[in-house]
Design a binder for this molecule. Structure first.
Ligand code: NAP
Ligand code: MG
Length: 499
C-alpha cells in the first residue's frame, strides 16, 4: 500500500506535528487554557498535529469578534459588488490551492485523493455561486389594501452572527458550503470544524483573510463538540446555528438553542432507500447501487444504505454487486488507485465493525465483506471491507440505524406499493434512488418518496445550484440553491405613508 504523493510545502505546517493556531479576529491564537488535542492520519494512525482545544472562553472571544465585525465592521453594510470581489478572490485561491487542499483532507480524514480532487468543480463552483448571489439579494414591493396611501416593501437583512458546526466527512466542501452562504448574506461566522478534520478549515479561514475578508467576519475555533460546539449552540451572542452532523447532535443543538430561540438549520443523518426495479439497466445499477453505499467508505449522509431489489432479479443482482464490491481497491487515500480509504477514526472503526456483529446476530447473511482489514499495512489504519448484508428485514438494526461505514442492507421486494411503503418506513428522509427504464414508474416513485433528494438512474450527484436537505429526522432547511441564502436572512416589512 504505497502513497504516491509527497507532502506539498503549503500544507507541511498542518501535518508535521506542529500546532497550528485557531483564527479569531484575523489573528492566530492558541486556546485560552493552552490545552490541545491530537489529530491523526486514519490511514496510518500517525499524529498529524496538536490543535487548540477551544472551550467557552474561546467561543466567547470568537463570538465577540464576529459580533463586532457584524455591527461595526464593514461587512454587513459593504456594497454587494465589493463583497463579491472578495469572495471571488477566495474562489480563485481555492482553485489555485485545490490539489493541496485535497491532499490535506485526505491526510486528515482518509478519503481517496481521487475523490478529494473530484471536489474541485464543486468547491470552486460553490465559492463562485455564493459570490454571485451577493448581487442577487432583493426584497419586494407589495400592493396592500388598507385605506389611504401606504407603500409596503420588504428588506432582506443578514440574521447576524452565525455559529457553523460541520462534520469531518467532506471537510473543505462543508466549510465552503456553510461559510459561503452565510457571508454572501452579510452574516459573520464562528465555525467549529469536526475534531477529526479541522485542518483544511484553518487554511480556508486564512484564504478568506488573504482574499480581503475583514477581520472577525469568519473565525475558526477548533475543539470538541461537547465543549466548544455546545458553548456555541447555547451562546446568547449567536443569532443562528447552521449545523451538519448526526441526528442525535442535531437534537442536542436544538435543545441548547432553545434558551435563546436562535434560528437553526440542520443537515442530519439518513438511511436512504435505493430501489432497483427489474427493468433497470443493470450495467448501470449494479455499480451505481454499490457506490451509492460505499463511496467515501460509506461516510456520506445521503448514502443509499437500504437497497431494495425486485425479487425476480434479486439473486443475480446480489452476485453481481458482490463481485463488483470485491473488485474495489481499498487502501491509503494518498494512493491514486485507491477507491475506498480507511474509516475516519478508531471510534468509527469500532462502530462500524460492531454492526457486522449486530447484523449477523439479527440473522442477516453476509454476501461480501463483513470484516476489518488487518493484513500488512492495513493493521495500523482503520480499514474495513465493503460489506453487503442480504436476507435483511426493514426492521433490523442494520436497516434502521445509520452505520456511516461501507455497509449496505439488501432486501427483496415484490411490487411497487410494498417497496414504496418499505422505503418510507424510516424516521429519516435525506436521499433516495430509483433505477428503472420506465419513465412513468420513475416519476411515480420520485413523488412517493418522502426524502429531500431523489436520484433516478444515478446516485449522489451534487451541484451548488441544487438544494439539498432532509425531510423528517434528517433535518430542516436547505443548503445549496438560490434559496440557501434565505436561511441567513431576516425579512423586514416596511410601511411608508405617502402624501
Ligand atoms: P457529530 O458527532 O454530530 O458531529 C458533527 C459536528 O458536531 C462536529 O463538529 C462535532 O464536534 C459537533 N458536536 C458534537 N457534539 C456536539 C454538541 N453537543 N453540541 C454542538 N456540537 C457538537 O457527527 P459526526 O460523527 O462528526 O458526523 C457523522 C454524522 O453526520 C453522520 O450521522 C452523518 O449522517 C451526518 N452528516 C450529515 C450530513 C448532511 O448533510 N445531512 C453531512 C455529513 C454528515 P466533534 O467533532 O468534536 O464531535
Ligand atoms: Mg484527523
Amino acid at each position: 500500500m504505497s502513497s504516491d504523493l509527497s507532502i506539498p510545502s503549503s500544507i507541511r505546517r498542518f501535518v508535521t506535528g506542529e500546532s497550528p493556531a485557531m483564527l479569531i479576529d484575523g489573528a492566530h491564537v492558541p486556546a485560552v487554557s493552552g490545552e490541545t488535542f491530537e489529530t491523526l492520519n486514519p490511514a496510518t494512525g500517525e499524529l498529524l498535529a496538536h490543535l487548540p482545544a477551544a472551550d467557552t472562553p474561546d467561543v466567547d472571544r470568537a463570538v465577540a469578534a464576529a459580533r463586532r465585525a457584524f455591527e461595526d465592521g464593514p461587512w454587513a453594510t459593504m456594497k454587494p459588488f465589493d463583497r463579491q470581489r472578495i469572495m471571488m478572490r477566495f474562489a480563485d485561491l481555492v482553485e489555485a490551492n485545490h490539489e493541496d487542499l485535497a491532499i490535506l483532507d485526505t491526510l486528515d480524514m482518509g478519503a481517496p485523493i481521487q475523490r478529494m480532487r473530484g471536489n474541485l468543480r464543486r468547491a470552486v463552483g460553490m465559492a463562485r455561486f455564493y459570490a454571485g448571489l451577493t448581487t442577487a439579494l432583493r426584497g419586494e414591493t407589495i400592493a396592500n389594501s388598507i385605506p389611504g396611501d401606504f407603500q409596503t416593501q420588504t428588506l432582506r437583512e443578514p440574521v447576524g452572527v452565525v455559529g457553523a458546526i460541520i462534520p469531518w466527512n467532506n471537510p473543505h466542501i462543508a466549510f465552503i458550503w456553510k461559510v459561503g452562504a452565510a457571508i454572501a448574506a452579510g452574516c459573520t461566522v464562528v465555525l467549529k470544524p469536526a475534531e477529526e478534520a479541522s485542518l483544511s478549515a484553518l487554511w480556508l479561514g486564512e484564504m478568506l483573510l488573504e482574499a480581503g475578508l475583514p477581520n472577525g467576519v469568519v473565525n475558526v475555533v477548533t475543539g470538541f463538540g461537547e465543549t466548544a460546539g455546545a458553548a456555541l449552540s447555547a451562546h446568547p451572542g449567536v443569532d443562528k446555528i447552521a449545523f451538519t452532523g448526526s441526528t442525535a447532535t442535531g437534537q442536542a443543538i436544538v435543545r441548547a438553542a432553545s434558551s435563546t430561540l436562535k434560528r437553526v438549520t440542520l443537515e442530519l443523518g439518513g438511511k436512504s432507500p435505493n430501489i432497483v426495479f427489474k427493468d433497470a439497466d443493470l450495467d448501470l445499477a449494479v455499480p451505481g447501487a454499490a457506490m451509492a453505499a460505499f463511496i467515501n467508505s460509506g461516510q456520506v449522509c445521503s448514502a443509499g444504505t437500504r437497497l431494495f431489489v425486485e425479487r425476480d432479479i434479486y439473486d443475480d443482482f446480489v452476485s453481481a454487486m458482490s463481485a463488483y464490491s470485491q473488485s474495489l481497491t481499498v487502501g491509503n487515500g494518498l494512493d491514486a488507485t485507491t477507491q475506498l480509504g480507511p474509516l475516519v477514526s478508531q471510534t468509527q472503526l469500532e462502530r462500524v465493525t460492531s454492526y457486522f456483529a449486530i447484523g449477523r446476530a439479527e440473522g442477516a447473511a453476509v454476501s461480501s465483506g463483513g470484516e476489518r482489514l488487518v493484513e500488512g499495512d492495513f493493521a495500523s489504519g482503520y480499514y474495513v471491507a465493503p460489506t453487503i448484508f442480504t436476507d435483511v428485514h426493514n426492521e433490523m438494526r442494520v436497516a434502521t440505524e445509520e452505520i456511516f461505514g461501507p455497509v449496505v442492507s439488501v432486501m427483496a421486494f415484490d411490487d411497487y406499493e410494498s417497496v414504496v411503503r418499505l422505503a418510507n418506513a424510516s424516521p429519516f428522509g435525506l436521499g433516495g434512488g430509483v433505477w428503472t427504464n420506465d419513465l412513468n414508474k420513475a416519476n411515480r416513485t420520485v413523488k412517493a418518496l418522502r426524502t429531500g433528494t431523489v436520484w433516478v438512474n444515478c446516485y449522489g450527484q451534487m451541484d451548488p445550484a441544487v438544494p439539498f436537505g432532509g425531510y423528517r429526522m434528517s433535518g430542516y432547511g436547505r443548503e445549496g440553491g438560490v434559496q440557501h441564502l434565505d436561511e441567513f436572512l431576516e425579512t423586514k416589512a416596511v410601511w411608508i405613508q405617502t402624501h
